[in-house]
Design a protein around this ligand. Structure first.
Ligand code: AMP
Length: 218
């Protein structure tokens, strides 16, 4: 049976790290709208150029652009057995759009997505964001304050030079949290009322949270 997982949580709640691991274990593709948007920005496409202004301000990219990107991605062959969606939907409006996209893709097959909410106090998350570095080659994420990295500034796994995302600054991070609270947080109630939400405690070590995620998606 096709498996559709949707992960929701505040920025830097660990969704990305956990999804990469789950994707490897389940062989399901990790569909991450943030990365798809950054790739579009890098390619210099029209959609990417429009998106840039919003990403730089920590705001949501217009829904038509994100919907087009995500629809195309979910129709690719590697999504035939399912996918793990990270970063979409990010508003109730996007959740309705996702319903329509999935209706079109899945028809009456009876597939029901499961939504996992990463519950975490937001106190230290801005600090996590400004200390975050990522590997442009393999996508691994590091925290320069809390993790010991083998060679400073380089990826432990593929040795590429680590980068700081342009929107991982204090100012943009604050704007991203504001966007999260006003537009994304209402999704929790929305999916909860539909009986599709599973909450996991996203505090604790990467391994502890992963154990909870494995249980939640069974
Ligand atoms: P992320 O990598 O998930 O933190 O996303 C980085 C940025 O990409 C966000 O701050 C938004 O500007 C944009 N973005 C990612 N996903 C979406 C989405 N579903 N809808 C609108 N904008 C998005």
């Amino acid at each position: 049976m096709k498996k559709e997982l949707i992960l929701v949580g505040p920025p830097a709640s660990g969704k990305g790290t956990q999804t990469s691991r789950l994707a490897k274990e389940t062989n399901l593709p990790h569909v991450d709208t943030g990365s798809l948007i950054r790739a579009a920005m890098k390619s210099g496409s029209e959609a990417g150029n429009i998106a840039k202004g919003y990403v730089e301000k920590g705001e949501l990219v217009p829904v038509e652009i994100v919907a087009r990107i995500i629809k195309e991605r979910l129709q690719e062959n590697d999504c035939n057995n399912g996918f793990i969606l990270d970063g979409f939907p990010r508003s109730v409006e996007q959740a309705h759009i996702l319903d329509d996209i999935l209706k079109e893709i899945d028809g009456d097959s009876g597939v029901k997505p499961k939504v996992v909410y990463f519950e975490i106090p937001i106190d230290n998350l801005i600090e996590r964001i400004v200390n975050r570095r990522s590997c442009p080659k393999c996508g691994a994420i590091f925290n320069v304050k809390t993790m010991s990295i083998k060679k400073e500034g380089y990826c432990d796994f593929c040795e590429a030079e680590l980068v700081t995302r342009a929107d991982d600054t204090q100012e943009v991070a604050e704007a991203r949290f504001n966007t999260y609270f006003t537009q994304t947080a209402p999704l929790i109630d929305f999916y909860d009322k539909r009986g599709e939400l599973v909450k996991i405690d996203a505090t604790g070590s990467i391994d502890e949270v992963y154990g909870k995620l494995q249980e939640a998606v069974k």
